[in-house]
Design a binder for this molecule. Sequence first.
Ligand SMILES: O=C(O)CCC(=O)C(=O)O
Ligand SMILES: [Fe+2]
Length: 337
Amino acid sequence: MDEIRLTAREVEQCRTVVRELAVSFGTVEDPELLARATVHAQELPRPLRYRLNDFRLAESSAAVLISGFPVDEDRIGPTPERWGAQPDTTSTFPEEAFFLLCASLLGEPFGWATQQGSRLVHDIVPIRGHEELQLNSASTTQIWWHVEDAFHPFRAEYLGMMCMRNPDRVATTYAPVNGVKLASDVVDVLFQPRFVIRPDESHQIEADAGDEGTMVRRSYERVGQMRDEPVRIAVFFGDRDAPYLRLDPYFMDRTPDDPEAEAALAALSAELDRTLTDLTLAPGQIVFVDNYRAVHGRNPFRPRYDGRDRWLKRVNVTRDLRKSRELRAGPDARVLY
Ligand SMILES: O=C(O)CCC(=O)C(=O)O
Ligand SMILES: [Fe+2]
């Protein structure tokens, strides 16, 4: 994993860019802020921009960690009890703005109409009642490693997570695809469209949509269709010698009619299990996982429900918004329906 450590001087430079945005904006969800972020991000320190550009373009690593940006523990306020429940969106504005500026050096932040009320920046917090679900709001159960939104053709190229607090040092888990060793005939099978991935539960909790508009309803219908009539896809794609990957075994069908495909998936899963490592984010740290080149998950933990729970902000980033135009309301709209 690449690590970028900001120097004290660089942090000051980053804060200057953020302060300028804070004059005009109170929330990072303002569409105008995102339009400006792309431009203002070019005022971030040049070493940071070079390193993120290498990560994006040369695929120097399957994840990059950015350390050094401070989090003001008092100002951010208590960990919300559920996503979207932060009483004052300005309380985390500096952290989230820096996060989005970094994200916009990799591509375009976007959101899903079927997730967290169409917000771009998600809250990852434990929610009472979700403890055992296979969702990021779970706690006592582990989140099995996965490619984010693996079922969807327009899933993120990068998944960004920024830590607000993590007092119990709960680890995100991570495994890059280039660490796996597989026989050549297994790789062949993984490159063939013989696998089924269904939408995960985070896209199916209708009550959480927060918006009953036709677009949202249609979006749930589309996800429902992907669940009920999934098409077979390849797990590996791209370069035969350095494949990209797309899988989420927890939501994948077994294929008893195709034992060879089942065995290939089992072999890849065993390799990813073998190479899975812990990444414990500390407040202020940001990780961008290359969602084409690595899987991620999370270890289980005991939730506190006392306002001091683990709290991450999360953003989906695509390199190219245009490819999902049929699912968006306008050329610069960032929500996929
Ligand atoms: O909480 C984490 O560290 C990661 C959870 C996860 O898989 C996600 O939010 O996409
Ligand atoms: Fe995830």
